[in-house]
Design a protein around this ligand. Structure first.
Ligand SMILES: Cc1cc2nc3c(=O)[nH]c(=O)nc-3n(C[C@H](O)[C@H](O)[C@H](O)COP(=O)(O)O)c2cc1C
Ligand SMILES: [Fe+2]
Ligand SMILES: [Fe+2]
Length: 397
C-alpha cells in the first residue's frame, strides 16, 4: 500500500525507509536505519523532487503513483546525483516518458554518465537563480556545490517558503511514522545521528556549507525538506545554529573526549586515570571511547562536538596502533580544527606512538597540542601522578 504523507494542500512526501542496510555508503553504521525522502508537488504542473535509493524503489513508485492520482509527471527536479537519490531516475523516465528533467549542467553530465536513456531531449537546464513556474508555485534554484557533491543544488519554493535542501539538514535514522522534527525528541534521540551524518558526510566542506548558509539567511524559510530524516517546520533556527557551529568547526560543548586504543588494557588504565582526575578538576560530561570498539564515524562526530580531545595509544610494530591511526587520519581528512589536544603513548620496548600521532595532528589547522606528553612504559606508575596532574591542568586552565 502507498505510504504517502501529505505536507501541504499540494505537497506530498513520497520517500521510503531502509532499516536493513548495515553501512550507509558502505561506510557508516546506521543502526537506526535511514530514510530517502522524495517529494511530489501537485500544482498545475506536477513535479517530483529527487528520487530514492534502489532499496526502497518499490514503495517509492507506489507512493508517487498515489500522489499523482492519475496525473502524468511533468517535471523531475534533480538536486543531487548521488545514487541514494538518483538511482531510480531511469525508471522514472520509463514510467513517465514525457517527464522533463530539471537540472544544472553539471548534473546533466552526471545523468549521462550513470544512465543510457536520451537525456538531452528531455532536459531543462537551469542556472543559479533561474525559476520554474508550475502554476501557483514558483521554484528557484540555488547552487550548493560540495554539499555534498559538486553538482548539488537546492530548490526553494517561493510561494510556500519551503527549502528542498538536498543532503543538507539531513540525518541518519529511519522515519518511524513521524515526518516532522517537532514530532520526535530530536535533541535527545536524533541529534547524535544528525551530527554524525553532517560531520562524516560534509564535515570537510565547512566553507561551502557556510556559503549556502549565507544564501539561506537572505530568504524566508518556513519549512526545510531534506533528503534524509525529518522535515523542519518549527525551531528551524536551532538546527541552523548547529550547522553554523559544525561548518565553522566551533565546538558545541565545553568538555573532554578521550579516544584510546589498548591491546592489554594498560593504555585504557591511563585513560581512566586521566578521566577520573579531569572529573575531579570539574570537567563534566567526559566522553571516552575505545577506538577498536566504537566506529570511527562516531568518534569523529564526538571530536566535532567537544572542545578538548585526548588521544592515547600503544606503539605497534614501530608505528601507531592502526585503529588510532585511522581515526587521526579521518579527523584530518574532515578538516577538524580549533581544538586543544593531549597525547598519551604506550610501548614496551621502543615507544614511538606519540611521535606518529603528533605527525598527523601537527599537519591539522589550529590544533594546540598541550604539554606534557605522557609516555607509559607498559603500565602507568604512581610516580607519574604529577605528570598526569600536569596534563589535567593543561587541559583545564
Ligand atoms: C603487534 C604488536 C606490535 C607492537 N609493537 C611495538 C613496538 O613497535 N614498540 C613498542 O614499544 N611496543 C610495541 N608493542 C607493545 C605494546 O605497545 C605495549 O605492550 C603497550 O604497553 C601495550 O599497551 P596496552 O596495555 O594498552 O595494550 C607491540 C605490541 C603488539 C601486540
Ligand atoms: Fe549525497
Ligand atoms: Fe544522501
Amino acid at each position: 500500500m502507498h505510504c504517502v504523507k501529505k505536507i501541504k494542500e499540494d505537497l506530498y512526501w513520497v520517500g521510503g525507509n531502509d532499516r536493513r542496510l548495515a553501512l550507509f555508503e558502505n561506510m557508516f553504521p546506521i543502526p537506526r536505519g535511514v530514510s530517502y525522502n522524495s517529494y511530489v508537488l501537485s500544482d498545475e504542473k506536477t513535479v517530483l523532487l529527487d528520487t530514492v535509493d534502489k532499496s526502497v524503489s518499490g514503495q517509492f513508485f507506489e507512493n508517487v503513483e498515489y500522489a499523482l492520482n492519475g496525473r502524468n509527471l511533468d517535471y523531475l527536479i534533480v538536486n543531487h546525483m548521488e545514487p541514494d537519490h538518483a538511482a531510480t531516475i531511469g525508471e522514472v523516465v520509463l514510467r513517465y516518458p514525457d517527464v522533463k528533467l530539471v537540472a544544472n549542467a553539471k548534473t546533466v553530465n552526471m545523468i549521462k554518465q550513470f544512465f543510457n536513456f536520451d537525456v538531452d531531449s528531455r532536459t531543462l537546464i537551469v542556472k543559479e537563480g533561474d525559476t520554474l513556474n508550475t502554476g501557483k508555485h514558483t521554484l528557484t534554484f540555488v547552487f550548493a556545490p560540495m554539499v555534498h557533491w559538486p553538482e548539488v543544488m537546492v530548490t526553494y519554493d517561493t510561494t510556500d517558503k519551503i527549502l528542498f535542501s538536498a543532503d543538507a539538514f539531513g540525518t541518519f535514522g529511519a522515519l518511524n511514522g513521524n515526518l516532522y522534527a517537532d514530532e520526535v525528541n530530536f535533541e535527545t534521540e536524533w541529534l547524535p545521528d544528525a551530527r554524525r551524518y553532517y560531520t562524516n558526510i560534509v564535515g570537510k566542506y565547512g566553507t561551502q556549507v557556510q556559503a549556502v548558509l549565507k544564501k539561506a539567511a537572505t530568504i524566508e524559510i518556513e519549512m526545510i525538506c531534506p533528503l534524509h530524516g525529518p522535515i523542519w517546520r518549527e525551531n528551524i533556527g536551532w538546527f541552523l545554529d548547529k550547522y553554523q557551529k559544525w561548518s565553522t568547526y566551533t565546538p558545541e560543548d565545553d568538555s573532554v573526549m578521550i579516544a584510546y586504543a589498548s591491546i592489554y588494557g594498560n593504555t585504557q588504565n591511563a585513560a581512566e586515570v586521566l578521566a577520573s582526575r579531569l572529573a575531579d578538576a570539574g570537567v563534566k560530561n567526559i566522553a571516552m571511547y575505545d577506538v577498536s570498539v566504537t566506529d570511527v564515524s562516531e568518534v569523529l562526530s564526538e571530536a566535532f562536538r567537544v572542545n578538548r580531545l585526548v588521544f592515547a595509544a600503544p606503539t605497534y610494530n614501530g608505528g601507531l596502533f592502526p585503529k588510532m591511526e585511522t581515526l587521526l587520519l579521518d579527523l584530518k581528512a574532515h578538516g577538524l580544527k580549533n581544538r586543544k589536544v593531549a597525547v598519551m603513548e604506550n610501548g614496551t620496548w621502543a615507544v614511538s606512538a606519540a611521535k606518529h600521532m603528533r605527525a598527523i595532528l601537527e599537519t591539522m589547522k589550529d590544533i594546540e597540542i598541550v604539554e606534557p606528553q605522557v609516555t607509559v612504559k607498559s603500565a602507568l606508575k604512581e610516580t607519574q601522578t604529577e605528570e598526569m596532574d600536569a596534563v589535567v591542568k593543561a587541559l583545564t586552565e
